[in-house]
Design a protein around this ligand. Structure first.
Ligand code: ASP
Ligand code: MG
Length: 430
């Protein structure tokens, strides 16, 4: 184990100049300790960049004003922070010019490729502002371009990390940087191919970035600073009564995030578990709180934990000639599910049909349907919600089903899953 701690700050922690000040204060509490700070794009910048991309692709007149809003938002924050170093504005300007150049070209490249070139710039901007602000505060940070260390394949928008070369890069470059500083600031969410093309790791991927660093450096601990007190038993936006879970096992955390708990990116836990690195999910509003500790505990007794994942779709696949759905059919169907990168959350087969619940990414689902149609008939139910209740009690299950159309239900030891049609009038919280 090394003595390095890895911190991750999400967009909500730096949505304003005050947010940056708070982050700097948290970092100062750890002065003289080796920190790698991974930061997301400011506030809702990633969404704004996605809109900009859409507008650019459709060559809409809004592109200029969307771009101006992003630029102004960042410049306003720099001004409010009172950063006097001229290089800050110059650096931000250079990054914005990169964006201008991309937007000046005709949008005839692959969508996912363009997405990564444009949307990745949010993290470049935020990490530079944090770096210059920390410098302005007389700490001595170093800025690391994460694309020099995290190497991925070229699955744009969902890039897979090439672990061997990434680990080599991290173990080579990061200790060298720590010879001059205790504080390294870098970007979440993004990586690079070996051909130097920028990639992204999937939405909310900054947690995963922090886990990659933690793993490669055998970190002392990883800390995700959030706008909630820790990991909760349900989404506070949906339920009035939620409680903080003080401790969680890696296993419980991976199950929760797999089923859609938004508190941590699902890919985060595995690298940490593999090296037994503790993960703290902590509130950025209270530096003294340790939040939730996720580690290798076995003996925890959990209250019911509810995870609701919207945007689900059921695909019913059946044979055209009434023949049984046999193993060779299933293997064919699964090969295509994997080819089209559908994420399966639940499944069941009957004599002549097979039903899967998947994330509703229609462009992928439609391609999948087209690919199976020679042999199978498919039917779809869209706009569904997947409710997962871990450590359920009969009462909670009854509560969750009230006034809902249940399309699919499954129970397995300590987990109940229900796919429902969600109607706006049935919102749980008043
Ligand atoms: N900025 C990216 C997003 O909003 C990555 C992250 O925040 O983790 O998805
Ligand atoms: Mg985020």
């Amino acid at each position: 184990m090394s003595d390095v701690k890895v911190f991750k700050f999400g967009g909500a922690s730096v949505s304003t100049a005050d947010g940056f000040k708070n982050v700097a204060n948290i970092i100062k509490t750890y002065a003289n300790q080796k920190l790698v700070v991974v930061i997301s794009a400011i506030g809702k910048t990633t969404n704004a960049l996605e809109k900009l991309l859409q507008s650019y692709i459709s060559q809409s007149d809004d592109t200029k004003s969307l771009l101006a809003n992003i630029r102004n938002n960042h410049i306003d924050i720099i001004t409010s922070l009172g950063i006097s170093d001229k290089s800050c504005l110059e650096d931000i300007h250079d990054t914005m010019v990169e964006l201008d150049w991309i937007l000046d070209e005709d949008p005839n490249q692959d969508f996912d490729y363009l997405y990564d070139q444009i949307v990745s710039l949010g993290e470049m901007l935020s990490s530079k502002i944090l770096f210059y602000y920390l410098k302005h505060q007389s700490t001595n940070p170093e800025w690391l371009d994460v694309r020099d260390v995290i190497i991925t394949d070229s699955t744009f928008r969902d890039a897979r990390v090439q672990w061997d070369i990434t680990a080599q890069n991290v173990t080579h470059k990061v200790p060298l940087m720590f010879q001059n500083t205790n504080l390294i600031v870098t970007q979440g969410f993004i990586g690079s191919t070996l051909q130097n093309e920028t990639t992204t790791l999937g939405r909310e991927g900054s947690d995963y970035t922090a886990a990659i660093f933690s793993y490669c450096m055998d970190a002392h601990s990883m800390h995700i600073w959030k706008d909630v007190p820790g990991v909760l038993t349900g989404d506070p936006k949906l339920f009035d009564e939620v409680a903080k879970l003080p401790r969680l096992s890696y296993r419980e955390a991976i199950e929760m995030t797999y089923y859609g708990a938004k508190v941590i990116h699902p890919k985060t836990i595995k690298p940490l578990q593999n090296k037994q690195i503790p993960l703290y999910v902590r509130p950025f509003s209270d530096v003294n709180s340790v939040g939730t500790l996720i580690s290798d505990v076995q003996e925890v007794v959990y209250p019911p934990i509810i995870v609701i994942e919207p945007d689900q779709c059921l695909i019913h696949i059946s044979t055209k000639d009434f023949s049984f759905v046999a193993e060779h059919h299933l293997s064919k169907i699964f090969a295509l599910i994997s080819k089209h990168r559908l994420k399966v959350n639940m499944m069941r087969n009957t004599a002549i049909s097979f039903t899967v619940c998947v994330h509703q990414i229609l462009e992928r689902i439609e391609k999948f349907q087209a690919d199976v149609q020679d042999e199978f008939k498919t039917l779809r139910d869209d706009d569904l919600e997947l409710i997962t209740i871990r450590h359920f009690t009969p009462d909670i299950v009854k509560d969750m089903k009230r006034n809902k159309l249940i399309l699919f239900e499954e129970r397995l030891s300590d987990t109940v899953q229900i796919v429902t049609k969600s109607l706006p009038s049935m919102k749980l919280k008043e």
